[in-house]
Design a binder for this molecule. Structure first.
Ligand SMILES: *[C@@H]1O[C@H](CO)[C@@H](O)[C@H](O)[C@H]1NC(C)=O
Ligand SMILES: *[C@@H]1O[C@H](CO)[C@@H](O)[C@H](O)[C@H]1NC(C)=O
Ligand SMILES: *[C@@H]1O[C@H](CO)[C@@H](O)[C@H](O)[C@H]1NC(C)=O
Ligand SMILES: *[C@@H]1O[C@H](CO)[C@@H](O)[C@H](O)[C@H]1NC(C)=O
Length: 422
């Protein structure tokens, strides 16, 4: 057996007994979340429209099944004085959350909600500390399918032992008897995968993503070494997608968005769209839709082996500092990433040939790079014959022995290939 595969197999056997098994998220969850585009500007009309659009646009058929409400949905001034339960904002969610989940379910999609393990949420709404079972029961009664639990406004005891408090919620959700995806959003403690995978379906590995190339690069780098900890039911979460998001006039270029999506699919990341789905069928959004619905890219993400892609090769020229910034002004950098697949055949792989170039969007140097992948870097014999399919152009590129060298790749872009050993 080749070493790459046996390493992956070994690491997943090793982790198997420790991972969270509530029966859901056996492949990375796919859906939409309100935060990246809308932050606190949410209400039931936006959610209803998004449910309609995710279905009618074809995104749900492509796999995006969750519509997740982020922060700011509840009544800000406190819990119900009699029952101590969270209550929906009486103006923006006057029809209640249960009516939204019933609507989502009637359309064949699922509804997610947001909470916080501390006193208040990041935007200052009531937190779940000391109310874990009450809130779990409320969410189950509302037929919620996904819970993101954040990490703001926490006392020292939660800071010191976050696994205890996220663990309370994990148990409380279990007691409801309703399978609910549990997304742990504790972005501060180091090496949280050591505990989070035992109690949650995913765990945020970094600070919040934002609409910038810097942010995408920084998150890719922080997830480089985390591949051993992903497996069916338990995923590293490099945060939600910024493809097609426009915030404060900023957006990712098409190359950057394609690269962002490619890496997230290879990394077995949850794929939670962040863009305004009410615009997804506008002609100027066609490129966004095409990125988000690429079948082969999604198939890599959803491969049942749950193997997170890893960095196979980095070529760095010039001096790049620890934050990925180019110090010597002439940095060029290409990277190769890969992972095994079980489809379409058992000897399949996916790989990304990435022209990272310098960190500056307007850096005109090193715009085109040819990038080579050797089959041995994926654990195949060095003289293996491999059929190469280009995932973005949807073209069969033929059979290559030993290695494959791409056509020149534009800066901040990737060539994403699916490989079948012959
Ligand atoms: C609970 O009581 C407090 C104090 O009287 C009040 O400010 C708050 O609005 C009440 N909460 C609800 C949900 O009615
Ligand atoms: C609760 O935990 C048990 C034991 O891990 C598991 O078998 C069961 O599926 C869980 N139920 C839910 C609803 O998460
Ligand atoms: C976006 O993220 C990058 C990388 O973490 C950070 O340097 C930058 O300050 C962030 N920008 C904003 C506007 O938060
Ligand atoms: C990049 O700049 C550094 C320092 O200025 C220099 O030593 C190095 O040779 C340059 N590399 C290339 C590929 O031009």
């Amino acid at each position: 057996m080749n070493s790459f595969l046996s390493l992956l197999l070994f690491s997943s056997l090793f982790i198997l007994t420790l991972s969270h098994n509530n029966g859901v998220a056996r492949t990375p969850p796919m859906g939409w979340n309100s935060w990246n585009q809308f932050a606190c500007n949410i209400d039931q009309d936006l959610l209803t429209d998004t449910i309609d659009q995710i279905v009618s646009s074809g995104l749900a058929d492509a796999g995006y099944k969750f519509v997740n409400i982020d922060d700011c949905w509840s009544y800000k001034n406190g819990r119900d004085n009699k029952t101590n339960e969270l209550i929906p904002d009486p103006v923006r969610f006057s029809r209640g959350i249960h009516s939204l989940s019933k609507y989502a379910h009637s359309k064949g999609v699922k509804l997610g909600i947001y909470g916080d393990v501390g006193f208040t949420t990041c935007a200052g709404y009531p937190g779940t500390l000391d109310h874990f079972q009450t809130d779990a029961d409320t969410f189950a009664r509302w037929e919620i399918d996904y819970l993101k639990l954040d990490f703001c406004d926490i006392p020292k005891k939660v800071q010191d032992e976050p696994w205890v408090y996220f663990g309370y919620m994990s148990e409380a959700l279990n007691k409801t008897g309703r399978p609910i995806v549990f997304s742990i959003c504790a972005w501060q403690p180091k090496e949280m995968y050591k505990w989070a995978r035992k109690i949650g379906n995913s765990w945020r590995t970094t600070d919040d993503i934002n609409v910038s190339w810097q942010s995408v690069l920084s998150i890719i780098d922080q997830n480089r070494e985390l591949y051993p900890y992903a497996e069916p039911g338990s995923w590293n979460d490099p945060d939600m997608l910024e493809v097609g998001v426009v915030r404060d006039g900023r957006s990712l270029s098409q190359n950057q968005a394609r690269t962002h999506f490619s890496l997230w699919t290879l990394l077995s990341a949850p794929l939670l769209l962040g863009n305004d789905l009410r615009k997804i069928r506008d002609p100027d959004q066609k490129w966004v839709f095409d990125i988000l619905t690429n079948r082969d890219a999604i198939a890599v993400n959803q491969d049942p082996n749950g193997a997170q892609g890893r960095s196979l090769y980095q070529n760095i020229q010039g001096k790049i500092d620890r934050d990925g910034n180019c110090e010597s002004k002439n940095c060029t950098r290409t990277e190769v990433w890969g992972r095994p697949l079980t489809r379409p055949t058992k000897q399949s792989y996916a790989a990304i040939l990435f022209n990272r170039a310098g960190p500056n969007v307007d850096d005109e140097k090193f715009t085109q790079e040819k990038i080579t992948i050797r089959w041995s870097s994926l654990g195949m014999p060095s003289d293996a014959k491999v059929r190469v399919k280009d995932i973005w152009s949807n073209k069969d590129l033929g059979v290559y022995q030993g290695s494959f060298t791409s056509e020149p790749v534009e800066k901040h872009n990737v060539v994403y290939i699916r490989l079948e050993q012959q």
